[in-house]
Design a protein around this ligand. Structure first.
Ligand SMILES: C[S@@+](CC[C@H](N)C(=O)[O-])C[C@H]1O[C@@H](n2cnc3c(N)ncnc32)[C@H](O)[C@@H]1O
Length: 340
């Protein structure tokens, strides 16, 4: 029986080509890709990759300074936070919610846009598995390259369920899928309301659309656009907050720092054709659409929503880093298989 893609990279003693997360005595994290004969240097000395290769996961390795470093394989949630990024990534807490509340199942046909750095794509690929299909769309070629390299580094090969198309979802989706054949759609982009029409055509009746947006203004606009278009269940929106806890003897309390905001999620389900009129909708609260209400319109830029642009120079470096890591992982992984 063939094992699920990437499973072999997540088990057993450390091998050359594995990514390893080292935790130093101060709790700082360093991610390395193991190569025979190489050293990991800090300003106090170094640690030999050869001391890690062959050791079990969860090993403690001695640095030449005398400090002990804990070596662990990064989990998916560690990987996405340490991988090279072009665009802002979906954080693991939100990726988990997306997989669950959009009901991403093994074998599903899922459409995703945009791809950005590919963080969410990794969770979606794990959820659909080899028998599913993830059709991802990204309008920037440089981001698509970074995402592909990150996924290759994570899975050790190009995932068989994944297709990345460079282009705008509005133009590319109708070309890529037959109407009514997609089970789930996940949108993480500035203007998801622009894509509602093509998504409505692509989704099967009962299919789920989930949008991840950073601001309440986007949340309101996509919800109102779907209501105005019809053919959808009423949108359901929420946000989630993760507050870590400090655990030390009797000092059991919330951590002092937390990530206060990542994004909002909104889900809708596609109705069967011509059923919209039969859906009973609750009357809007008085004033919700009163004379102060102005429907959002016009084109919004990332800067309008407070996003900082990433320089071309940084993106070129990120793309090189991502491809370098992917080449090291896949090159070594192939050697490892041949030896085995
Ligand atoms: C925030 S990033 C996505 C991050 C990604 N979900 C991750 O976890 O790494 C948003 C991306 O959407 C892309 N994008 C925006 N509108 C698009 C559209 N209509 N079609 C395709 N891609 C789009 C942008 O180029 C950008 O890379």
């Amino acid at each position: 029986m063939t094992r699920p893609t990437g499973a072999d990279m997540r088990r057993g003693p450390f091998r050359a080509g594995d990514r390893v997360q080292l935790t130093d005595p101060k709790g700082r994290l360093h991610t390395i890709t193991l190569e025979a004969g190489k050293e990991f240097h800090t300003h106090r000395g170094h640690l030999r990759h050869d001391d890690v290769i062959g050791a079990p996961d969860g090993t403690v390795v001695r640095h030449t300074s005398g400090a002990d470093y804990l070596a662990l394989r990064p989990l998916l949630s560690d990987f996405v936070l340490s991988m090279p990024r072009g665009a802002q990534v979906v954080y693991p807490k939100d990726a988990g919610q997306i997989v669950t509340y959009a009901d991403i199942f093994p074998g599903a046909t899922v459409v995703e846009a945009g791809v950005g750095s590919g963080a969410l794509s990794l969770s979606l690929l794990r959820a659909v598995g080899e028998q599913g299909r993830l059709l991802s769309f990204e309008r920037r070629e440089d981001f698509a390259d970074i995402a592909r390299a990150n996924a290759r580094a994570f899975f050790g090969l190009d995932h068989p369920a994944w297709t990345v198309t460079v282009g705008d979802l509005v133009d590319a989706l109708p070309e890529a899928v037959e109407p009514g054949t997609v089970d789930r759609v996940v949108l993480d982009m500035l203007a998801p309301w622009d894509c509602l029409g093509v998504v409505a055509d692509a989704l099967a009746p009962g299919g789920v659309l989930i949008c991840y947006v950073a601001t309440t203004t986007q949340l309101s606009r996509v919800a109102e656009a779907a209501k105005a278009a019809g053919g959808w269940t009423p949108p359901q929106a929420w946000e989630s907050m993760n507050r870590g806890w400090h655990l030390e003897g009797l000092a059991v309390r919330p951590e002092h720092r937390m990530h206060g905001h990542t994004g909002f999620l909104v889900t809708l389900r596609r109705l069967a054709p011509d059923t919209d009129a039969h859906l009973r909708r609750s009357r809007p609260a008085p004033g919700a659409y009163g004379e102060d209400y102005v429907p959002a319109s016009g084109d919004w830029s990332a800067a309008d929503l407070g996003e900082r642009p990433v320089s071309d120079k940084k993106l070129r470096r990120t793309r090189r880093d991502a491809q370098g890591t992917a080449d090291r992982v896949t090159g070594m992984a192939t050697e490892g298989e041949e030896e085995g």
